[in-house]
Ligand binder design. Sequence first.
Ligand SMILES: [Zn+2]
Ligand SMILES: [Zn+2]
Length: 343
Amino acid sequence: MSIPLIQFTEKGLYCAQGNFYLDPWYAVDNALITHAHSDHARWGNKNYLCATPSAPLLKARLGNISLQSVDYNQTIVINGVEVSFFPAGHVVGSSQIRLQFGGETWVFSGDYKTENDGISGAFEPVPCNVFITESTFGLPIYKWQPQNLVYSTMQRWAQANHAQGITSVFFAYSLGKAQRVIDAVAPTGIPIYVHGSVWQMQEAVALAGIPQPTVHKWTADTSKHQTKGCIVVAPASTDNSTWLNKFSPYVTAACSGWMQVRGNKRRNNFDTGFVLSDHADWDGLLTAIKATNAEKVFVTHGFQKVLSRYLNEMGIEAAEVKTNYGSENEETETEPATTDTVL
Ligand SMILES: [Zn+2]
Ligand SMILES: [Zn+2]
């Protein structure tokens, strides 16, 4: 029997034929990276390869690394294995990675979102024999509204606060969610102030060639008067911090797929919650999986058990795979501790 094109090893997803890893969680010589979130792009690898728009983000996150990049839809050959990156629609620069060797095609999805958010590139189904999919929101209860509807709700909330001189604080992971929140609320014309970590990502996103609305970097010199009634975008780690007092009076909003589950907003003490995710919902996952025409599907981080069982019942051979992804996931900031209770 021939060696599978991708093996699930202790260090991560490994292609022996090409001698490289995909999003490894331990340091290796050659790492192909789907996107710049910390659970997929880790420190310490000798050489990194990613899609071109992901390069400035990886550098912003990991500093001075040995990094090569390849354009979407281009093919490069590594030790005889044909490697291509395709948009995954998750965050700026996010990719699915396709490997072709000996007449077989495997695709690793990384994290993905099927709705085009206008920033992250349009998710492209890639036909393959074997598809490795994430399953962050792999439960039928997760069903997203179209982005424009969620964006208008966010705008109305910010406008109502603005009219009362109350600052709207949106908690958003600095890479991905923050850019979408900014995109969502910019049409209101209300000034947007961002936390330093969001500012750093905005700069990297600009280097990736993605135009972004004007935002102001919050600094120690920014006065309370300036931010009164404005919009603030900050990572959720600032929740309950004294930093937030600088914006008083303010109200907070979480923006996450987890907000779909009743109780999560209240449990975390957010004033409001918007269901806005950078991952595919249940239907999105199924549509994406079917579109690959894969004969075999491996299901990684999320609701592996539910999704793989469902696929098997539908006649698509599927198996769960344990990975280290999701451990510092962009969604865990507001994820409830007891997610299985929604089963
Ligand atoms: Zn991610
Ligand atoms: Zn992930």
